[in-house]
Design a protein around this ligand. Structure first.
Ligand SMILES: Nc1ncnc2c1ncn2[C@@H]1O[C@H](COP(=O)(O)OP(=O)(O)OP(=O)(O)O)[C@@H](O)[C@H]1O
Length: 316
């Protein structure tokens, strides 16, 4: 992978024991992490986990109560003034009474390493609405304008807070194709999302935040493995005693649905187990004959739910 980022010893982003407190809420709690050049990193976490606060700290929009935030080895403000960071935040921030072209033109004018306005509009897929007033845009179009502002110049780090919320499927695909190009040119991309399939498909690295702390940090495959559980699915013919199935060892969840042509003829069982081999062994031990048996790892979404639920259980 080529890199346009200046090679320095400092990471692209460095958080060292960073905390941010609102009253009694520790939105970010002793967070330490480093992002490296060329990485595409997804920031995941349930509502209120501290994702937006983390991005605001990184962009210098909020200040840490303790710890240090460095961006390219400098303060966030210095990095932004130098044009090294492009950002797309969740909502607000678009001036109403200007056209799309005027607003993007302003974004370009403010960027020390700006691209041509027409190129920025084209890349974000908004050339055709360039003359439209910003307050007349649909939600998905407004997101594209925010994306255009985040890519108005040649930044080394692009920060995106829930960038595809409100975009339709094709807009979302086009958005990620553009983002991939940015990453392939060596830029570091950090995005917060609730769409776990996007994180799975796009990110080289996934950070899971929970109550302001880093709960997991690795590739999507590592996060899935960390959840430890596997999915098992099979069909059972004839009458099924659900209570017996619920007694299988190592289950973390189970659902039984009627899937045959006649009521009660075939049941499809889907379960999660922390030891799938032992669960399946016990199933045969009950004298049952599972058909169409499938054993698979967890998807990122299921792994995320399992990891955060386990942490909730530990803390309560
Ligand atoms: N300005 C504020 N004043 C008080 N509390 C705040 C403020 N901003 C955030 N919080 C609280 O800090 C915690 C973290 O919020 P944050 O918005 O960073 O989470 P998030 O992970 O981005 O959530 P979401 O997925 O819902 O966008 C939440 O409990 C939130 O209520």
């Amino acid at each position: 992978m080529t890199t346009t980022a200046t090679v320095t010893a400092a990471p692209v982003v460095g958080f060292d024991q960073v905390s941010k407190v609102y009253g009694s809420v520790r939105a970010v709690d002793g967070l330490t992490l480093a992002l490296h050049p060329g990485e595409t990193v997804a920031l995941l976490g349930p509502n209120g986990a501290g994702k937006s606060t983390t991005l605001d700290l990184l962009l210098g929009l909020k200040h840490a109560d303790s710890g240090t935030v460095r961006v390219f080895g400098t303060s966030p403000r210095e990095a932004i003034v130098a044009g090294r960071v492009g950002a797309m935040l969740q909502s607000g921030g678009l001036m109403d009474e200007v056209t799309v072209a005027e607003l993007v033109g302003l974004g370009c004018a403010l960027h020390p390493k700006a691209y041509k306005v027409t190129d920025v509009l084209a890349r974000a897929g908004i050339s055709q609405i360039a003359d439209r007033k910003v307050n007349k845009l649909s939600g998905g179009q407004a997101q594209r304008v925010r994306f255009a502002l985040a890519t108005a110049g040649d930044s080394d780090l692009i920060v995106l807070d829930e960038p595809t919320t409100g975009m339709d499927v094709s807009a979302r695909q086009a958005f990620w194709a553009t983002m991939r190009e940015q990453a392939d040119q060596g830029r570091t991309v950090l995005f917060a999302t609730h769409y776990l399939e996007e994180a799975d498909a796009i990110a080289d690295r996934v950070l899971v935040l929970h109550r302001g702390r880093l709960l997991a940090d690795g590739t999507a495959a590592e996060i899935k493995a960390k959840a430890g559980a596997r999915r098992v699915a099979f069909d059972l013919e004839g009458q099924v005693d659900e209570a017996t199935l619920r007694g299988l060892p190592f289950l973390t969840s189970i659902s039984v649905s009627n899937s045959g042509p006649a009521e009660g003829s075939v049941h499809t069982v889907r379960l999660q187990s922390s030891d799938a081999d032992a669960t399946v062994h016990a199933l045969y031990g009950l004298g049952l004959y599972p058909r169409n048996l499938e054993v698979a790892g967890l998807g990122l979404e299921q792994a995320f739910v399992a990891i955060t639920a386990a942490e909730e259980a530990k803390q309560s």
